[in-house]
Ligand binder design. Sequence first.
Ligand SMILES: [Zn+2]
Length: 134
Amino acid sequence: MSDIDIHSNLLKHDVLPTPQRIKVASVILDRPQHLSADQIMDRLIEKGSAVSKATVYNCLKLFCEKGLIKEINIDPSRKYYDSTTHAHHHFYHVQTGELTDIPQDKISIVGLPSLPDDTEQEGVEVLIRLRNKK
Ligand SMILES: [Zn+2]
């Protein structure tokens, strides 16, 4: 994604495109991926775009609120940011920490409970935890 595309994508989501937000967005929105805040920091350093950790966290929080990216909380010590925002499924390898997408049509879900009153289904997402065979 070019800087101009990122600029307009931020505006489309009601995010003021400051230089720092553009830097952070250019990493996470580069392609469909799952990155931790630390991985995003590392990529910014590799690109020579130094952004403070606090700014990275603030950007990611804002991007989540505005629907540009999605937060995936697997456990309290491992939080990922997903550039694919629609409901989808994941494999999560507990030993490597690797998170990968499972295409929507590869899982069919039956037997869901009826929903509580006054609610509607926003999405159903499956997380399959993996570990290496012993
Ligand atoms: Zn994903």
